[in-house]
Design a protein around this ligand. Sequence first.
Ligand SMILES: [Zn+2]
Length: 88
Amino acid sequence: MTYEQFRELVDTRLEAIGREYGELIVFDMDWHDPFSYLPCDVCGRHEAGERYRLTAMRPGDAFNIHDLLVCTDCLLYVETGQVDDFRE
Ligand SMILES: [Zn+2]
């Protein structure tokens, strides 16, 4: 996957997640699985590695939250809008 393809895919997925669940936020940075085979909930890639938790919620609706496990690239992309050392 090239970086362009990654960005296109992740933008599309974030839009869909936003429509369905609300805005994605970093709710608990302390939680971090150092090694997982689970696919990333945003980009869907299966590469074993770190997973972080992002939480989707709508403002004022704390009872309806959805946790997503995401890879390092997607975490960076959500936080900063770019991935500097993306590996194709
Ligand atoms: Zn990902």
